[in-house]
Design a protein around this ligand. Sequence first.
Ligand SMILES: Cc1cc2nc3c(=O)[nH]c(=O)nc-3n(C[C@H](O)[C@H](O)[C@H](O)COP(=O)(O)O)c2cc1C
Length: 260
Amino acid sequence: MRSRIFYFSGTGNSLAIARELNNSLNDKACIIPLSIYRNEESVQINADVVGFAFPVHFMNVPDLVKSFIKKLIFKTNPYIFAIATCNGTPGISLSELNKCINKKGQSLSSVFLINMPGNALVTPHNLEVERLNTYKAKVTEISAKINNRSIIKIEGKDNLKTRIESSICELLGKHLYLNPKNVSYTYQCVGCGICENVCPLNNIKIINKRPHWKKDCSSCLACFHWCPKKAVRGGKMLNKRGQYHHPEISIEDMDLKIKF
Ligand SMILES: Cc1cc2nc3c(=O)[nH]c(=O)nc-3n(C[C@H](O)[C@H](O)[C@H](O)COP(=O)(O)O)c2cc1C
């Protein structure tokens, strides 16, 4: 049985969930960061079980996940599941993902949402602790469903209100809140290159020991959250949120090539 879990993760929530899930799957999967295919024109999928784990961005599927799915060429008709991690407002993320998969002649067999600490906005401390204490039990329940190949469709239909909210959230979020133009660094930057290495789109270059952001940002916030000197700044709201990463995910897990 060939199983693959493709993940995208800025601060480790989705990666931690992909790993935790794999511990209790009967057929162990290869867990693969989907950003490694960013320069490929197409990706052939020859598997019996295919999973996607990713964060909700702006009440939608991150563009990086959408563009990865566009590249997929399915050689089989696998059982496909998706786990979206979010801070409580998933918006149209799962139905949009399903549309992308449908365009590939497939459909999502099961979909799951897990609330995790938010990495873009402040999550109240008690909620953050509660989510970190309870997500493993939720993942165990999900793994049982995947092991049984249960069919779990998206609940309800996206109504017009959710669609409008998602569009506004995306428009404002991308252009005002998380515009790469707002990203900067302070004098605390030592040019260690961690931001360059955690960037899934290779959008940051260290030149003369200082980071330079190009235009191809995935909004994952990895550069902000993983900076060991807290030198990356990203606008008022993000600075107020402060740094976060999943407690069981380390820089090494983010597959960095640290150049000290
Ligand atoms: C750019 C951006 C936009 C986000 N938008 C939403 C959102 O619309 N709804 C929500 O519930 N969480 C949102 N979040 C929070 C993340 O979905 C959540 O913290 C997720 O678990 C992070 O996963 P990761 O650590 O794997 O990147 C957003 C996070 C980022 C960075």
